[in-house]
Design a protein around this ligand. Structure first.
Ligand SMILES: [Zn+2]
Ligand SMILES: [Zn+2]
Length: 71
């Protein structure tokens, strides 16, 4: 047990931080969302299949519901 307890369940150690509200998240409480990244698109052409224009962000369950990550 340490000082870095999850801010949601308060039971497990923090492994990530919500990108939106900054709350500490354990492995069970963290949620991953795919975020569109329009900046990756150059003149409507994708420069690389690997840069598909989306990236993952770690957020808490509350922010995942409240924030519209698409656009
Ligand atoms: Zn937790
Ligand atoms: Zn959050």
């Amino acid at each position: 047990m340490g000082d870095n307890l999850c801010g949601v369940c308060q039971k497990k150690e923090t492994e990530a931080t919500c990108k939106v509200c900054g709350v500490a998240l354990c492995a069970e409480c963290v949620r991953e969302v795919s975020v569109e990244n329009p900046g990756q698109r150059v003149l409507g052409v994708l420069t690389s299949p690997l840069k598909s224009g989306t990236k993952k962000q770690k957020v808490c369950a509350t922010c995942m519901k409240e924030v519209d990550f698409v656009d």
